[in-house]
Design a protein around this ligand. Structure first.
Ligand code: AMP
Ligand code: MN
Ligand code: MN
Ligand code: MN
Length: 281
């Protein structure tokens, strides 16, 4: 199989905080010319079966994916797991506990924002946006827009949900070691999502990557929306020094986000493209 496929290994459906159902997302990806892709919803694998069926019908190569929220040295990081067996032991339990953790966190976010004068039913409003899917801060952002408390997702995060704001609730996420163990024991591989989106210095990113690689991760994303050419260069240089894999994806959530589209991310050249690993044998 050839590694020169048009690929996108990071995207979200409405099983987490995306706008489209898994099958709709696959249709859109096929229309955009994507040939190899993974659905990587936050902390859930509920969309994989529907996505795979649709992707294969559309003639695309589909890889199981998930974007796990994990803790590293007291900070929250996102780990993309790829090409794992979703029926492996441990998966159901891990996902169920994340469902519970996110639901509890959502109640806590609502409680804290209520104390700041927002309506008492904020949890219910956010839950209505999430449905049975994994609830997250974007569902609160939508509720806040609906209530006319803010006029955009960005403002919702800046004022109520982002780091250092009242709705910034400290949840106890699984450690990066547990997250990597889950994926690798199910035959999958792990890469660090959007390394420059955590407000870490490059020194800290390198420390994080050292720990992730030691725990069994195989690489990092070097291309994703918003990465600057300078940062991308640093990430590729790091991957080259450490001989690890590089990945890329659109982190697509919704057709309303004009700055992302499926199959698109800043162009780059690097060795050890993750696609080589995914399509080997
Ligand atoms: P959560 O996983 O519940 O902590 O929510 C994180 C998600 O919120 C990310 O995956 C993004 O989709 C979204 N997000 C984070 N920051 C912002 C922002 N400033 N504006 C809009 N969406 C954001
Ligand atoms: Mn998201
Ligand atoms: Mn992320
Ligand atoms: Mn994402």
């Amino acid at each position: 199989m050839n590694a020169n496929l048009r690929f996108d290994l990071h995207m979200h459906s409405n099983m987490s905080d995306g706008a489209l159902a898994p099958a709709e997302l696959m249709q859109r990806a096929a229309d955009a010319g994507v040939e190899l892709l993974a659905l990587t919803d936050h902390d859930t694998i509920a969309g994989l079966a529907e996505a795979r069926a649709a992707a294969e019908t559309l003639g695309m190569l589909f890889v199981n994916g998930v974007e796990l929220t994990a803790e590293w040295r007291g900070r929250v990081v996102h780990l993309v797991g790829l090409n794992f067996d979703a029926s492996a032991p441990g998966f159901d339990k891990y996902m169920r506990s994340l469902m519970q953790l996110r639901d509890q966190r959502a109640h806590e976010i609502a409680r804290k924002l209520y104390k700041r004068g927002l309506p008492e039913n904020l949890y219910e409003l956010a839950r209505a946006h999430a449905g049975d899917s994994q609830i997250g801060r974007p569902h609160f952002a939508k509720a806040l827009i609906e209530l006319d408390k803010v006029s955009s997702m960005q403002e919702a995060f800046d004022r109520y949900l982002g780091q250092g704001t009242p709705g910034d609730v400290k949840a106890t996420w699984p450690s990066y070691v547990e997250a990597i163990e889950l994926i690798t024991s199910a035959g999958g591989i792990v890469v660090l999502a959007h390394p420059t989106k955590y407000n870490f210095t490059f020194t800290k990113i390198r420390e994080l990557m050292t720990d992730l690689l030691a725990a069994g991760a195989v690489g990092l994303e070097v291309s994703f929306p918003g990465v600057t050419p300078g940062h991308q260069h640093e990430l590729i240089k790091f991957a080259q020094q450490r001989q690890c894999y590089v990945s890329a994806g659109s982190d697509f959530h919704s057709p309303d986000q004009r700055w992302t589209s499926l199959g698109r991310y800043p162009e780059f050249h690097a060795e050890r493209l993750i696609v080589e690993r995914l399509t080997a044998a």
